[in-house]
Ligand binder design. Structure first.
Ligand code: ADP
Ligand code: ZN
Length: 707
């Protein structure tokens, strides 16, 4: 097992991070120990590093099973941008391409190989010739029919453990419910895997629920202080996505609809526009978002009630993956509930679905901290209210609900935890309906003790008790209400319970103006963002794969002006430093120079001329950098600029001759190379972007001379 220092060094060199997020380190150590692991982390929690980092340090190949081809390509591009040898195999590739990958695998030139489960058979013929060090199964809940996204192709994955009994397996998912978890381990034949359950708390996401009336008006209101921020609006129907996008377009927003019925190319364009920040808002059915890894989504709105909490949490989780504060808003309406109940009617597993819908509705109607409810759904208790949800920001007033709680809990006890919420209320209120009378509940001691409270109010109170953990619903047993460890405290240990005053209900439901005002729009940030977009286009990758927003924000704050300072920024690894360092540093220096321009009587704009003077004195780039106290990459950019302006500079001294020849050859071989990236990939990252850029300039010059 590599030592901690080596592991941390690799984290910085390849991924640019200085430290691990909670659990990452523990999981990675467990992988190095050769154990099987199940990782449960929310979307954006940082699952990928848990297998990508070990992959770099293990001797052989890490096989990554992933369900979505689009996501696969994205991840591979991201890894290559970080200087990691990665590739994927799927059915859309030509046989020739696959042959090439096979060869690379045999030559040990690939550290991570992404495969869809359907395509595993492509590897059968070469499994015996390659060394597999680790198998990672992403979106592992797809193997379980308990989960919400079952995929039949995943069920074959159980054979992997039999075929490679010595190879450690790591399964990763954002679905936390207990039944699904154990099912995943059983089906993958790793019943004893260590389970790592990360906190599901995404503190940077604000939570808000509003009644679903005048939704368009509310959305426009919501957007007022988010003029440039990317966001997703999830809708239940395709039609809604289209009408909504149209209305937003009318108001001048760059909005597009996205659903499975839209033609493939158009959909791809919308997705790409969103990734590259040219489309600001996507109005989508749930089909959107799975396959993208855009980290700067600033807000998510649910136009309709989602059908369960897992789905809702995953969807809001697509906001703020970079850790920057982001807003979420859910519209709640009873029409949606009815609609979703109908959907549940037509599909299997109806009872479970309805029960999950109930929980979703309870969340939307909650009067206590919403984050507490969400987290308790995933089995996690937080002590304090979050302060970042609408209920916390505008809290209802509370009454002493101890007696109410005692009445409800003792009724549940007396009917032996055998009934769902409705029957409990009937018993409390002394109803004389068939269920009560057939089962003889009129004999129960608490029968009728709650007849002073209206049925609907009882429902609200019991929901509050569930949300506070005093009761729980057994979804797999006809939604029977069950006691919890906390119930005992109320019944026997004198614990006091406080409940929200129901008259306050209306008040909390009033529209709360969005308070997450953005800080003043930073000028430098916009500049860096623009630069990022240009570089991304040049390299043919999504903008966020150059650097994410959090990294740009840190650059804005710290303003690194040397290579060393730049490398200190969280999110900058060695490869990206080499590829993008000098442009970003240049932008930062330029920006800072402009600001102080008036004060200084400097010959601004001539900085590269100063470099030229020193160059003519025979100094090397390194020496000039030291003399001028600028980054080497900055001096390098001056040289390129001077060359382009026609100065007599011999560029060949800055780039390896062999590299130039290799690039010349590649230029012929690659028909229509698309930007620098084609070259970069062609050489598997062994020739850096600066050298490619230089070589191409040299070759171009050669050409024009020949002509
Ligand atoms: P998940 O797969 O769990 O949804 P990812 O692995 O895509 O999450 O990570 C989410 C984001 O967090 C990415 O932008 C990633 O670069 C970032 N990230 C992951 N680990 C760290 C870390 N240790 N420090 C800083 N950022 C990190
Ligand atoms: Zn809260």
């Amino acid at each position: 097992m590599p030592n901690q220092q080596k592991i941390l060094h690799t984290l910085k060199e390849y991924f640019g991070y200085d430290s691990f997020r909670p659990l990452q380190e523990k999981i990675i150590n467990s992988v190095f120990d050769g154990m099987d692991n199940l990782v449960i982390m929310p979307t954006g929690g940082g699952k990928s590093i848990c297998y990508q980092l070990p992959a770099l340090l293990l001797p052989g190949i890490t096989l990554v099973i992933s369900p979505l081809i689009a996501l696969m390509k994205d991840q591979v591009d991201g890894l290559i941008a970080n200087g990691v040898q990665a590739s994927f195999i799927n059915s859309s590739q030509s046989e020739n391409d696959q042959q090439k990958i096979h060869q690379k695998l045999k030559d040990n030139q690939i550290k991570l190989l992404y495969v869809a489960p359907e395509s595993l058979s492509f590897l059968d013929t070469i499994f015996s010739e390659i060394e597999i060090s680790l198998i990672a199964i992403d979106e592992a809940h797809c193997i379980s029919s308990w989960g919400h996204d079952f995929r039949p192709a995943y069920t074959q994955l159980g054979y992997l453990k039999n075929k490679f009994p010595k190879v450690p397996l790591i399964a990763l998912t954002a679905t936390a419910d207990k039944a699904t978890r154990q099912d995943i381990c059983d089906q993958l034949n790793i019943p004893d895997a260590t389970q790592h359950l990360a906190s599901f708390d995404r503190k940077n996401l604000s939570l808000e629920v509003r009644p679903g009336n005048k939704r368009i008006e509310q959305i426009l209101n919501f957007l007022v202080n988010k003029p440039n921020d990317s966001g997703i609006i999830y809708c239940l129907s395709r039609k809604t996505t289209e009408t909504l996008a149209e209305k937003l377009k009318d108001k001048g927003y760059k909005a597009e609809a996205y659903h499975a019925g839209i033609e493939h190319q158009k959909r791809a364009n919308v997705q790409e526009g969103f990734i590259n920040d040219t489309v600001q808002i996507v109005c989508a059915t749930i089909a959107f978002g799975m396959g993208i890894d855009k980290s700067n989504v600033r807000w998510v709105i649910h136009y309709n009630l989602p059908k369960n909490i897992e789905g809702y949490y995953q969807e809001i989780g697509r906001a703020g993956r970079d850790g920057i504060p982001s807003s979420t808003l859910l519209f709640h309406s009873y029409a949606d509930v009815v609609q979703l109940q109908k959907f549940a009617d037509t599909s299997g597993n109806k009872e479970v679905q309805l029960a999950k819908l109930d929980r979703m509705q309870q969340y939307a109607e909650s009067l206590s901290c919403r984050r507490k409810i969400l987290l308790s759904y995933f089995g996690e208790l937080i002590e304090k209210d979050c302060g970042n949800c609408d209920v916390c920001k505008n809290p209802p007033t509370f009454i002493d609900g101890t007696i109410i709680a005692q009445k409800a809990l003792s009724t549940v006890t007396r009917i032996k935890e055998q009934e769902p919420i409705g029957t409990i209320i009937d018993v409390l209120r002394g109803a004389q309906n068939a269920i009560v009378l057939d089962k003889g509940y009129q004999e129960v001691k608490t029968y009728g003790i709650g007849n002073d409270i209206a049925w609907r109010d009882w429902q609200q109170y019991i929901i509050q008790l569930i949300n506070q953990g005093y009761l729980e619903i057994a979804f797999h047993q006809n939604n029977k209400l069950k006691l919890t460890a906390l119930s005992r405290k109320v019944l026997f240990e004198g614990e006091r319970v406080s409940l929200a005053h129901l008259k306050e209900l209306e008040k909390t439901k009033q529209v709360i103006l969005d308070q997450s005002k953005k800080g003043s729009t930073p000028n430098l940030f916009e500049k860096l963002r623009q630069l990022r977009l240009e570089l991304a286009k040049e390299a043919g990758i999504p903008a966020y794969q150059v650097f994410n927003d959090a990294t740009l924000k840190e650059m804005e704050k710290v303003r690194p002006m040397t290579d060393e300072e730049f490398m200190q920024i969280n999110g900058v690894g060695r490869q990206k430093m080499q590829n993008y360092g000098y442009q970003f540093i240049k932008e930062i220096i330029n920006f800072s120079a402009k600001k102080t321009k008036k004060k200084k009587s400097s010959k601004k704009g001539n900085t590269h001329k100063e470099t030229l003077a020193l160059y003519k004195e025979g100094m090397s780039i390194e020496e000039i950098a030291i003399k001028r106290q600028l980054a080497q990459s900055t001096i390098f950019s001056h040289i390129m600029k001077l060359y382009n302006e026609g100065e007599q500079i011999d560029l060949t001294q800055f780039v390896n001759k062999q590299d130039v020849l290799a690039i010349k050859k590649a230029k012929k071989e690659l028909e229509q190379p698309e930007g620098l990236k084609s070259y970069f990939e062609h050489f598997n990252g062994t020739i850096d972007y600066n050298s490619i850029r230089l070589a191409l300039i040299i070759l171009e010059k050669e050409n024009s001379v020949v002509k």
